[in-house]
Ligand binder design. Structure first.
Ligand code: MF3
Ligand code: CO
Ligand code: CO
Length: 274
């Protein structure tokens, strides 16, 4: 594992890999939301920096190295590093990898798609964002998958408003994915986030009618749909992390961290100036 300077504040699992569970209000106070704005903006900037390196011939480990330094330059800790023992500073998920791909020495190839998932721990809170990119010349089916998956995230965010049930988010995403002939991955969901990377609030990306709880101003969580061209079922590699589609077809994902406002959602993981 890469090292982080001792003066950078780290989450409680950084030394041991064990993630302590404590209760955390889903509705955040103004100070916490302000800290999450800073962490979110930093995560977005680190993601942009990583994305700028994507090219045929570049290894995902080279991207990990650059991103690792970018967190540190902002005074942040790479939230994934030693999270339940996860060995790297971001997740890099190529082609049929759904999520939690581990950066390694495989070079990206012309025609790949790759998701970079960046999470920073800064000012005592986490900011979590990801996006899927084309490497060089990508065939039309996978390019269309990337576009539609981005639209799924946008539609999920558009369903966020106080008084609406959480199930509206997954319903909007699933409707758009299925209209395009794709399947939603059900095994991984969006999550509450704040002082902890993952709280027990879960945001499915499919319609779950039993999810009658309504959204309230100040709630913070991620939406991060994973959409497959083929099967939405998954397998886990023997590394115990890498999740791949059961049929080997490509999968794309986009993620933002957001806060519920008085009349909708504020995206926290946008770069400065957006
Ligand atoms: N960033 C991922 C998410 O969106 C979680 C990665 S946890 C790791 O929730 F341990 F796999 F890195
Ligand atoms: Co997340
Ligand atoms: Co993430």
């Amino acid at each position: 594992m890469r090292t982080v300077p001792a003066d950078i504040p780290r989450p409680p699992y950084a030394e041991t890999g064990d993630v302590p569970r404590r209760r955390e209000d889903v509705v955040k106070d103004a100070d916490t939301i302000e800290r999450m704005r800073r962490a979110g903006r930093a995560a977005a900037e680190v993601l942009e920096l990583g994305a700028a390196l994507i090219a045929p011939g570049v290894t995902t480990d080279e991207i990990d190295a650059a991103v690792h330094e970018a967190y540190i330059a902002r005074g942040g800790y790479p939230s994934t590093l030693n999270y339940r023992g996860y060995p790297k500073s971001l997740c890099t998920s190529v082609n049929e990898v759904i999520c939690h791909g581990i950066p390694d020495d495989r070079a990206l190839r012309d025609g790949d798609i790759v998701n970079l998932d960046v999470t920073i721990f800064l000012d005592g809170v986490h900011g979590d964002t990801n996006a899927t990119y084309a490497v060089g010349d990508v065939p039309e089916p996978a390019r269309r998958l990337i576009d539609v998956t981005g639209e799924c995230l946008d539609l999920g965010i558009a369903a966020v408003a106080p008084g609406r049930p959480f199930s509206d988010i997954g319903r909007a995403i699933e409707t758009h994915a299925e209209a395009n002939g794709y399947e939603v991955v059900r095994a991984f969901v969006g999550h509450g986030i704040g002082e902890q990377f993952h709280t027990d609030l879960q945001i499915p990306h499919y319609y779950e009618p039993r999810l009658t709880r309504v959204m309230e101003p100040g709630m913070t969580f991620t939406i991060e749909p994973m959409i497959s061209i083929g099967s939405g079922m998954h397998r886990i590699w023997p590394d115990d992390w890498t999740a791949v589609t059961a049929d080997g077809t490509p999968c794309a994902q986009f993620e933002h961290t957001l806060v519920v406002t008085e009349d909708g959602a504020e995206i926290l993981t946008l770069p400065a100036g957006h």
